[in-house]
Design a protein around this ligand. Structure first.
Ligand SMILES: *Cc1c(COP(=O)(O)O)cnc(C)c1O
Length: 340
């Protein structure tokens, strides 16, 4: 397989049009078989509910090339199930887990020449989505839907990659206490664009959202969950009804406990009690693990391990998780799906 002539190590997180994408339509109560197409444009009715009433959702997962040249997916069943939960909440038809995984595999296989080689530092990002389409104007669930999956090679999501970046807390909320924060819908992202822009304008990588009810606890970081390692070596991550249940976070909880023999806890993380942490970071499929050097809150900067160096536990968590994803470290049963 001849790979594309790309400087893999220089890739950022940007759109690249690859060869093929998957599209399936839902009409009259069922999904069609779906197919790979070349056209990266979709034509939909101006009355589509995804355009007016936010009836749309997405997922994000990656394909990794292993040392022996194989390609594998990391826990795609978890993404499939999470998308089902999202669809249920915003009244869209669920995509069966097998259909979701099959679509991802088809897209990876059809774009094999775009999948970054082992050791390149880049990975192949897959973006599944479901949108409500069809002729409509009233506020109600659509009668027709599209499920699509496309993908592209990507580098680090935050410019720093595995170097610490700084974040700032925001007064704005991306989601309500019992609203849509725990499902992966575009509306949460529309609600986050302005505060993200303000944070970046001030020189931060992104902003940190506090719990929308009391604004005293850390919820999450834009598109990634938050974790901390306490000074007595416990892995802690926020417990909240308004954060997205990150598969990377659940995987790190497992890695911390079973690979690094750490104590783990999902609990409230008070923004005024950051002193308990030696190291903190953000985690997600796109961000992988991004070490946080400092957090500014109420005009004061709280610095962790070192503003410029990655802490030792963060490094171990990263190496173990990335090692599992790349096939260098044995994965817990059921985490890896071989594509090629
Ligand atoms: C997708 C997402 C994450 C990360 O979830 P992963 O399953 O680890 O990729 C975190 N926060 C938000 C708001 C997200 O949309």
């Amino acid at each position: 397989m001849e790979k594309k002539n790309i400087k893999w190590s220089e890739l950022g997180f940007s759109y690249i049009k690859t060869d093929k994408r998957y599209i399936s339509h839902w009409k009259n109560g069922s999904w069609d078989d779906g197919q790979l197409v070349e056209d990266n444009k979709i034509s939909i009715s101006e009355g589509s509910t995804c355009l007016h009433y936010g009836q749309e959702c997405f997922e994000g997962l990656k394909a990794y090339t292993t040392k022996d040249g194989g390609i594998q997916l990391f826990r795609p069943d978890m993404n499939a199930k999470r998308m089902q939960q999202t669809c249920e909440k915003i009244m869209m038809p669920k995509v069966p887990v097998e259909k979701f995984i099959d679509a991802c595999m088809q897209v990876v296989k059809a774009n094999e020449s775009w999948v970054p080689p082992y050791g390149s530092g880049a990975t192949f990002y897959l973006r599944p989505y479901v949108i409500g389409v069809g002729d409509n104007i009233g506020v109600r669930p659509a009668e027709e839907y599209i499920f699509g999956v496309f993908g592209m090679p990507v580098g680090p999501y935050f410019k720093g990659g595995m170097n610490p970046v700084n974040f700032i807390t925001t007064d704005a909320d991306r989601a309500a206490p019992h609203g849509t924060g725990k499902i992966k819908v575009g509306g949460n992202y529309a609600a986050s664009l302005q505060s993200h822009y303000e944070a970046v304008k001030r020189g931060f990588a992104d902003c940190i959202y506090l719990d929308p009810l009391t604004h005293t606890k850390i919820d999450e970081v834009g598109a990634a969950n938050f974790f901390g390692v306490t000074k007595d070596n416990k892995f802690v991550t926020p417990d909240s009804t308004s954060i997205l249940p990150s598969i990377t976070k659940f995987s790190l909880l497992h890695v911390a406990k079973h690979y690094l023999n750490m104590e783990t806890e999902e609990t409230d993380v008070l923004v005024d009690n950051l002193d308990i942490f030696a190291e903190v970071g953000a985690c997600g499929t796109a961000a992988v693990i991004t070490p946080i050097g400092g957090i500014e809150h109420n005009g004061k900067m709280h610095v962790f391990y070192s503003e410029t160096e990655v802490g030792p536990v963060t490094k171990k968590l990263y190496n173990t998780l990335y090692g599992i994803q790349m096939g260098d470290i044995e994965a817990p049963e059921g985490w890896i799906y071989k594509v090629i």
